[in-house]
Structures are given as C-alpha cells and as structure tokens.
Ligand binder design. Sequence first.
Ligand SMILES: [Zn+2]
Ligand SMILES: [Zn+2]
Length: 295
Amino acid sequence: MTLGHGLILILAVTGLSLVVLPSLLILIERLRPVTKPPLGDVVFNFSYALLLHRFLGGFAAVAVAALAVEAVNKAGGGYFALPASGRGVAGAIVAYTVAMDFGEYVFHRAQHKSPLLWSMHSFHHSDSALNVSTTERHYWLEQTLKTVSVYPMVGLLFKANPAVIFAYSLISEAHYFFHMNLRVGFGRHSYLLNSPQYHRIHHSRKREHFDTNFAALLPIFDVIFGSYYVARADEYPATGVTDCDPPSSMFEAFIWPLRDALRPADAPLAPPHVLAPEACPIIDATERPPQRCAR
Ligand SMILES: [Zn+2]
Ligand SMILES: [Zn+2]
C-alpha cells in the first residue's frame, strides 16, 4: 500500500466514523428515543471531536505510538503470532478483539477508581443526555494513555497483522450504537453484547447503577468480575454527573481536569444541565448525590 492509498483509507474511515455512521444513527435515534438531547450539546460534542479528540488527541497518540511499538519489539514482540491469512484470520480477529476488550475493561474500571483518571473520564460522563455524539466526548489525552498501557499489553501477547487490527477498529465503531439515545436492550441476554440500554446504566445518575456495566463490547467481563447489572425492560435512567457543570467552552474542555484549579474564584459556573422532568421521568430520590467532577 502506498502513502496515498493509506491517506485515502484514513480519510474514508474518518468520514465513515465521524459523518456517515453518526448521521444514520441520529436518524434511527428518533424512532424510540429515551430523551431529547439539547442540540447545542450534540454540536459541541462533534466540534470537540474534530478539534480535540480526533485532531489533537490523534496526534498525541501517534506521537507516543512509536515508543510503544519500540518497547513491545524490544520485549520480543507478540508472544503468539496470529494468522494473517486463510481460515485462521476469523479466529485471529476474535482473539485480538477479546484481548483488547479485556484491556478496555480493566482501563475503564481504573478510570472510575483513580482520582487522576476520573478527572479526565468525568468529561465523558458529564454529558447529561446520552446520545450518539457522546461517543466522541472523551478527554483528548485518554487515547494516548491507552497507547502506552492497554495496547502494548495486547501487543506483547499477540503479534497481529494490520488487517486484523483494522478489523478490530471497524468492530469498535459499534460504540456509536452503544451510546445511542434509544430504547433498545437485550434483556436477559444482555451478557452477550453491550447495547444502548446496557451502557446507559453505566452512565446513570442512580446510586444502584454506580460502578456497573463497564464493558466496552463484551459484558461477560462484567459478569466475571462482579460489575454486571441486568436492567428491567423499562429501565432507561437519566444520565450524567449531577453537580458537574458542563464545559462552558472548547478551552474548558481542553483543560478539563484542571479547570477547577484554573478557574477564577469569582467566575460564575455554567448553568447545570437540568432536563425537563417529562424528558427524564425516571429521576427520583435515589439520584446520584452531589459529587464533584474531579473527585
Ligand atoms: Zn465510565
Ligand atoms: Zn460511554
């Protein structure tokens, strides 16, 4: 593959994941929505994705990726060489996906346990109306942290062909589906695959849902490690972090973990996002108690 072909492929995948797929899913969200996300928040999330998450975050991750690859190679490369062609490729994709998903599960649990990691991850959870655009609302440095932790670990385990890694990146597009503002869940079969209802429980403001359903793709890791929650058929809770005022600007999103420290003492807070009761009828007295974004 030439450099030109590589660039075309990257542009095609970026266009697919930032424009085509989200646009289609936003239309589908209108069929069975849980709530009505503020349009300004959706626009903010996609603007943030272009400027910080994909652009700055992408550059930062690429900058450290070479170091991570070198470290993996110095350590002997992947222990198991996954098949690069023939019938074994399907098995390679499954093995690589399961390994990456386990790494994502561990990293996600750490994000809710470590105050430093939560100070970044709270940006994702601060969206008060979960929807397709929330998928892009991840603090821009998080990808870099995974590039020097989760990915090298999987790289040490498996030597994977670029086609296998590319297949996994396509499978990961399912995160748009999991963040949808849509009344869809898999009921008692929810241990098989993440879903909009399953992941909504993870973003819930209700105490009974705290620290549950961390899985990225495969809820079986929640089952194994005791964080599995099976939602009732009608259980679609309000989402967000109650006292976490949203970012008031792109700059505040950029400095998110430091914003309290850098904010002038007399600066007014942005108005908290309070959804109309009819939009989120499930909010009740067990809603998440006051909690700072940077706990
Ligand atoms: Zn989380
Ligand atoms: Zn999420």
